[in-house]
Design a protein around this ligand. Structure first.
Ligand SMILES: *[C@@H]1O[C@H](CO)[C@@H](O)[C@H](O)[C@H]1NC(C)=O
Ligand SMILES: *[C@@H]1O[C@H](CO)[C@@H](O)[C@H](O)[C@H]1NC(C)=O
Ligand SMILES: *[C@@H]1O[C@H](CO)[C@@H](O)[C@H](O)[C@H]1NC(C)=O
Ligand SMILES: *[C@@H]1O[C@H](CO)[C@@H](O)[C@H](O)[C@H]1NC(C)=O
Length: 232
């Protein structure tokens, strides 16, 4: 989280002035479903730390789940503490991230003499879509009105996937629909429509699936062959 590094500087200034200060920073951490996520605020000098408390915001309430002091080491306050690993630098690691782990975590660092650094970090979980590309199987007669020639589905993705098509220089249009699932994932379906000219039978078209605002902007391409055009 490079954006948070300025907070170290602020704290350093604060330390040098021996002032009372309260620094708040907000950040976002991305993690891929099933990976180990490290939630880290900033590099702080452990020697300055009097206390670290980790909190989680659930349903508008803030709950402290781990507290650390140099004397006691990390202490569990709720069951949530068993879900995470307290690391030597004061950050936490969540192994095998699930959708339930998504949310706001807060690290409150109290330092000597009287400085408090509060970091609010949103853990955003990324779920890769399961992609299916299928040619339309229902036969279409050669004609001059657009018909469905293929379907691309990006199932249960988070954040939702965007679908685009590549058809060479042939004109096309799409009908897109989204289904939101209870667990926060979204299935996107894109129906490819083209004018059913005989020349498009047997050509390959490519579906391009892209997830943005995620840990990795992964773009996946799948090719499908149009096969449903028939002559009268
Ligand atoms: C994730 O954490 C688990 C448990 O702490 C560990 O066994 C595993 O090796 C870690 N995986 C990676 C990719 O670091
Ligand atoms: C990770 O979590 C999933 C879902 O809870 C579970 O099915 C899987 O076995 C877990 N993997 C590991 C390595 O713990
Ligand atoms: C989310 O819900 C959808 C629809 O029920 C399901 O297909 C998908 O596997 C779920 N994803 C996770 C990560 O639990
Ligand atoms: C279309 O794709 C198929 C399978 O990927 C391939 O075998 C075929 O040669 C491609 N056809 C053209 C015209 O590129």
């Amino acid at each position: 989280m490079r954006s948070l590094s300025w907070s170290s500087l602020l704290l350093l200034l604060c330390f040098l002035w021996s002032a009372t200060c309260h620094v708040s920073v907000n950040g976002k951490v991305y993690a891929i479903l099933g990976s180990n996520a490290t939630i880290k605020c900033t590099d702080v000098t452990l020697a300055w730390i009097r206390e670290i408390t980790w909190q989680r915001e659930v349903g508008g309430k803030t709950e402290s789940f781990i507290t650390y002091t140099t004397e006691t080491g990390p202490r569990s306050l709720t069951w949530l503490a068993s879900r995470v690993k307290f690391l030597a630098d004061g950050s936490i690691e969540i192994p095998n991230v699930t959708l339930d782990d998504e949310g706001t975590y807060k690290q409150v660092i109290t330092m000597l003499p009287s400085m408090v650094l509060e970091c609010k970090i949103y853990l955003q979980v990324q779920v890769f879509p399961i992609i299916h590309v299928v040619p339309e199987l229902d036969p279409v007669m050669v004609g001059c009105l657009e018909e469905t020639v293929g379907i691309c589905i990006a199932r249960a993705a988070k954040p939702p996937a965007a679908i685009d098509w590549r058809t060479g220089d042939l004109a096309y249009s799409v009908e897109e629909s989204e289904t939101r699932h209870e667990n926060g994932t979204v299935t996107t379906q894109s129906v490819l429509k083209m004018i059913p000219e005989w020349k498009i039978n047997g050509i390959n078209v490519t579906c391009i699936v892209l997830q943005e605002d995620a840990m990795s902007d992964i773009q996946t391409e799948r090719t499908v062959t149009i096969r449903n055009i028939h002559c009268k």
